[in-house]
Design a binder for this molecule. Structure first.
Ligand code: ZN
Length: 334
C-alpha cells in the first residue's frame, strides 16, 4: 500500500483547487477509480462526485458513506471579470492580501492557489492543500485496498465541493441523500490537533467540532474497531473548526468524523506566515487501515454489550440490594 499511497497523495496534492473549481482534483480521482473493479462512479446535481464499492452481499452495520471535500481556500477569478481576484475560504483578509503573500499565489486558469510544491520529508507530506485533498486521497486508497484484497463489502463515498465557503456541497448531499436509509456519514478531514490531540499519535476519532457533537454509537463503533485491530487512535473534541459531519447531521443523517492531525491549518504557521500545510504519513496509513477494517466488519455481536444489556444485568445482580433499601425506606416513613 505504501507506494500506492505515496503516488496517490502526490498526484492529488499536485492538483490546483479552490471552492467551486474542484475539477482538477475531481478528474484525478475519477482517473484513479474508473478502472477499480466493483467501484461505480456518478455525480449529483451539485457536482459532488459519488462512488460506491460493492462486492458480494456483505454489508457492514451500519453501511458507511465516507466524505471528503475537494476544495481548499484559494484565490478565484471574480465571475465576469478577467483580471480581478477574490479569496474564497477561511483565512483572514488582511493576511491573504499582504503583498508578499499575493506573490505566493500561482495562477492556473481561473484559480490561483498558493504555489507550494508537494514535498515528502521525514515521514510527512507538505502541500498547499492537505485540507482536504488528503481526505480524498484516503478514500481513493481505501477503495483501491478493498479491491486489491477482494473484500466483500459495500461502502459509499462522496467527494464534495465548496466546503470552504460553508458546506455547500455537503448540504446538497444531506438534502438529497443518495445512499439509502441504512447509510451513515463518516467525514474524513485533516484538522488542527487541539484538546490533547497530537500529530503522529494516530487518527482522531472526532467526537464533535465547533458546532455540534456527533453520534455516540458511531463513535463507539470506531473506537471498538480500532481496539480490535490494534490501531492507535485519539478520541477528541476538535473544536478549532467545523467539518461536514455537522452539515450532514443537521440534514438528519447520522454522522461522525475521523481526522488526520494537520500542521499549519489553512496555510498559516504560528507567526501568521502563509506556508504549506502538512500531515504525518503514518497517521494517514492508520486511518486507511481503520476504515478498511470498519467497512469489512459486521459489528453486531462484536465487542461489548449494549448499555441496555448492561443495565438489565446490573438490575438483576442488585435486585436484593434494591429490595432491602426500599424496605428500609418504608420502615422509616411508616
Ligand atoms: Zn478547511
Amino acid at each position: 500500500m505504501a507506494d500506492t499511497l505515496t503516488s496517490i497523495l502526490k498526484k492529488l496534492l499536485n492538483q490546483p483547487t479552490a471552492p467551486f473549481h474542484e475539477y482538477h482534483v475531481r478528474a484525478q480521482i475519477e482517473q484513479y477509480l474508473l478502472d477499480v473493479p466493483n467501484v461505480e462512479l456518478s455525480t449529483d446535481a451539485f457536482g459532488n462526485l459519488l462512488a460506491t464499492y460493492r462486492k458480494g452481499k456483505h454489508k457492514s452495520t451500519p453501511v458507511w458513506a465516507l466524505g471528503a471535500h475537494m476544495d481548499h481556500p484559494a484565490w478565484v477569478k471574480v465571475p465576469g471579470k478577467t483580471d480581478e481576484w477574490e479569496f474564497l475560504g477561511g483565512v483572514p483578509k488582511n493576511l491573504v492580501e499582504k503583498k508578499e503573500n499575493i506573490a505566493l499565489r500561482k495562477e492556473s486558469g481561473d484559480i490561483a492557489p498558493w504555489g507550494f510544491p508537494v514535498v515528502f520529508e521525514d515521514g510527512k507530506v507538505h502541500a498547499a492543500a492537505c485540507d482536504d485533498v488528503v481526505g480524498c486521497a484516503i478514500i481513493v486508497a481505501v477503495f483501491k485496498e478493498l479491491s486489491r484484497l477482494g473484500l466483500d463489502a459495500t461502502v459509499h463515498a462522496a467527494f464534495t465541493r465548496a466546503e470552504e465557503v460553508g458546506f455547500l456541497g455537503a448540504w446538497h448531499l444531506g438534502k438529497h441523500w443518495p445512499f439509502g436509509k441504512d447509510a451513515v456519514f463518516l467525514s474524513l478531514e485533516t484538522s488542527r490537533p487541539v484538546n490533547g490531540a497530537e500529530m503522529g499519535d494516530g487518527p482522531i476519532v472526532r467526537v464533535g467540532d465547533r458546532l455540534s457533537v456527533f453520534d455516540h454509537e458511531l463513535i463507539n463503533v470506531l473506537m471498538r474497531t480500532a481496539a480490535e485491530q490494534g490501531i492507535r487512535v485519539q478520541r477528541c473534541l476538535l473544536d478549532a473548526g467545523a467539518c461536514e459531519a455537522t452539515a450532514l447531521q443537521a440534514c438528519g443523517i447520522r454522522s461522525v468524523g475521523l481526522s488526520v492531525p494537520l500542521g499549519n491549518y489553512h496555510n498559516l504557521d504560528d507567526d501568521q506566515n502563509i506556508v504549506s500545510e502538512y500531515v504525518d504519513i503514518e497517521d494517514v496509513k492508520q486511518m486507511i487501515n481503520l476504515i478498511v477494517a470498519l467497512v469489512a466488519t459486521k459489528h453486531d455481536g462484536l465487542g461489548e454489550r449494549t448499555l441496555e444489556e448492561r443495565v438489565n444485568l446490573r438490575m438483576k445482580e442488585y435486585k436484593k440490594y434494591l429490595e432491602i433499601g426500599n424496605a428500609k425506606y418504608e420502615e422509616m416513613t411508616a
